[in-house]
Every structure is written in structure tokens, then in C-alpha cells.
Design a protein around this ligand. Sequence first.
Ligand code: ADP
Ligand code: ZN
Ligand code: MG
Length: 508
Amino acid sequence: MDKYEIVIGLEIHAELCTDSKLFCNCAYTFGASANDCTCPVCLGMPGTLPVINQRALEFVVRAGLAMNCEITTSSKFDRKNYFYPDLPKNYQISQHDRPLCEGGKVEFEFINDESRRVEKTVRLRRIHLEEDAGKSIHAEVTGDPTRSFMDFNRAGVPLMEIVSEPDIHSPEEAIAYCRAVKEILEYIEVSDCNMEEGSLRCEPNISLRPKGSQELGTRTEIKNMNSFQFLLAAMKYEVTRQARIIDSGGEVVQETMLFDENTGKTVAMRGKEEADDYRYFPEPDLVHVQIDDEWKEEIKQALPELPADRRKKFKDEFGILDHDAKLLTEKRHLADFFDEVAKKLADFFDEATIKTKERNSELTTCVKSCVNWIIGDLRPLLKAAKIDIQDSKVTPEHFVDLILYLEGKKDRKIEAPNAKVVLNDVFETGKMPEQIAKEKDLFAITDDSTIEAAVLKVLEEHKEGAVKDYRNGKTATLRFLVGQVMRATKGKANPQLVNQILMEKLSA
Ligand code: ADP
Ligand code: ZN
Ligand code: MG
């Protein structure tokens, strides 16, 4: 294997989340009853005519701008002819020689096999727009091996195809590229990218060549992968398979393959077809698509800040670590949430009349704490409930309130163990932290004498056990004693202070 360089180029298909299909008014919902989302146009009835969905054009242009492509001023559609039961017209309306977007690049970071963080740029060849096909339903689903059924609900759904240059050199790199593309598409809200439902499908083209060679080797293409886990397994298997063929003096055959999830192997599906096989010709029922500068500019202005820029901003502005910045920006709405919280914290300290230097250090402390609580506590809550932040009851106002109480920047304080209780409650009820802390009596104890009394009581209770052990050199029991005091004070004491008072009393 060391003799070869792996070369991978990807075709990524993303279903656009427009309200209606590409050439008709049907709305598509995944999981709807078979053929409920159809009409004469998407069923390919003779005499019907396609009408282009403006929104789908806009979405592809938006994706093209987000990935630095050239937008084609005058683009066109073509018929791609092939016979397959899921294709009602026996041709697919696609784009052949004048796609909506050309060139472009995707920049991303990933951890390579030597555990190093590396920056990578993958050039794009093109992005074009086409219609999706329907689905055949066979015996695996119906249990009836004598016949198959057709569901045309998906036929005519707008599908964007993003084609990369063969710039990728390992299966891991390919996965990182796909994740970066998925993240961008989610940020710009052109596709829900739900892989399980097939909204995002990746097709890797893989070849090997002798190290140092510039020529491309013969490639195979693996069809329609809709899970990153299987995509990785399929690419790894295919690389090994090709290496074995070349090692034994054979030649790789250019073909289209399928990955069998049960055996973990790729199997040949059909010989590779060439453009000629599809007898492309311009779609006579659609006019050329004109995209003027004004519209392009409008779409550009409406683009949100993209994940890579977001990460850079978070790192530069707040000193957030690489790993944390990645987690915070994975989902756009969570990044928005953090942004909003940070802004509100800054406002809070601007209003407080303190010196600039103090302001900055207090803000840094709070932002840091905020990062930890979002990643360590809020994200797990969201994950467990299988929802995204925008669908939860937790708002930036809640979070700012909580962090300020936690960091002792208000008139009262909530200690960390109770802050967790408060956050869980906010998550459940959407009540403000102040109200929850009041109702559940969770505000911190402010006078030291109460804590001291609690410490003395715990020391008395454990004088034969933990206290003796501690004095005999088993200092680890201190943790146990701190826990006991925290319990006795219902989490309302400051753990550092408890620790300090305990140490004083124990060494007295
Ligand atoms: P098609 O598969 O429709 O014939 P292309 O020939 O344009 O389309 O290539 C599709 C994808 O395959 C692109 O992402 C391209 O980067 C990649 N590719 C082309 N040749 C090779 C190769 N020899 N090895 C790996 N990837 C390749
Ligand atoms: Zn329709
Ligand atoms: Mg292909």
C-alpha cells in the first residue's frame, strides 16, 4: 500500500428543501404515502410541460457563492436519457455543459492519521441542478418476490450535485470534506442534509497511482452512500481491493459499484457509462437561465457567516480553543446562540461601571464559563432530547442569567452543582433561572459562619472514620468530606471555600 497514492474525487447530491418540486407545484414530504406527492408533470405524462422553480435556482446560486464558485450568467438544462423504472419520462432533466456554478473550493481542517490538525483545500469542478428520481420498492420491503412497486414521490425533487476535483488523498480526508460541505449546506439552509432520509448522498470516485506519479489511475465509483460510517468503510475496502489487483499485476476495471452493508464489501453494479451513452441534448421545453449581477449580489448579501469564518472569529475574539470552536460552530443555530450570549454578556459589563481592564477580564471569565456550559451541559441535554437549540426552551436570556449567577456577577450567586439543577429546569420549563433558584431555594449561602457550622457538624459526624483516616495520612478522604458538606448545605456552599475551611479545621 505504501507504494501508492490514493486519489479521490466526490460527487455529493443534496436534495434542496424548497417548498415545491423542481418543475411542478407538488410538495414533497419524506415518508408520505406512496405516490401522494405527485401530479401529471412529475409523473412524466405526455403533454405536460416543466416550469422552473426559481427558489431552487436561488438555492444553488447560494451554495455556489458559499463555496466560491463562478456563477454562470447564462446556464441551461439538458436531457440525460436513460431507461430505468424510477424515471417516469425516461430522461432526467439535468445540466450538461453549462452548469449553474463552475470552479470553487471548500476549505476545511481535519485531524490526519498522525493526529495532527491540517488545513486542506479541495477544488470544485462544478455544481449543477437536476431532478431526483423516484424509488423502486422490491421484495425486501414487500416480501413479494414476484413483483416490484414504484413510488414517484421523490421524482422531480430538486437535487444539487456538487462535483469536486480529485484533490483528496485518503478516506479520512474525504469524510472531512463531506462533513465540511454538509456543514455549509446546513448553514445556508438549502438542504436539511438528513442522510438517513437520503437528502444527502455521497459518491466517491477512487483510484490509485504510483507515489510521485502525476497521471490519474483508473477509477471506480461507489454509488449513493448515505452514512459517513459506511462511506468510510466502503472507501477503505475499495482502496485495499484496488491495491491487491495492482499488486498482483492486474488492472482495475472502470466501473460503478455498490457497497454491501452486510458483507462490508464493494460489488460491481455496472460498467462505467460515458456522456455519449446518455445522448445529452438541450432541454427544448425550458428557456436558458439568466442570472444577472443584481440577483447574484442580493443572494450574496443574504448569506450568513459561514462555519469556517465563525470558528476563526470565535478563536480570535474570545480565545476559544480549536476543539471547542469546532463544537460550538457545528450547528449554525448553536453558534448563533453562543454569539448572542457573548454579545449580551458584553452589554452587561458595558453597563456596569467598571474599568476597561476589569471589564475585559470579567467578560473573558464569563465567556469561558459559557463555552464550558454550552459544550459540557447544554449540548448533552439537547442531544438526549434529540432537538436543536432553536427548538428548545433555552434562550440566550436564560443562559446569560445563569452564567452571571454562576460567576457571582449579580447580587446573589448559584454554585455549580445547583447551576446544573437550574439549567435542567430551564430546559424542562423555560422559566428564568432567578425564578427557579428562588422556588427551589438554590441561591448560595453567603455568610461563612453557616458554612463553618456545616463543616464542624460533618467533622463531628465522621470523627471516627474519615477524619481519623485523613489525620493518618489518607488525604484522599478530603474529597469525601467536601462532598458531605456540600450535601449538608444542599449544594449552596462554595466548594472552594468548603475545601479551605475543612483544611483549616483538619490541620488545627
Ligand atoms: P462522471 O462520473 O459523471 O463521469 P467526471 O468524470 O467528471 O464525472 O468525474 C466525477 C468525479 O470523479 C469527480 O469528482 C472527479 O474529481 C472524480 N475523478 C475523475 N477521475 C478520477 C480518478 N482517476 N480518480 C479519482 N477520482 C476521479
Ligand atoms: Zn408534481
Ligand atoms: Mg459519476
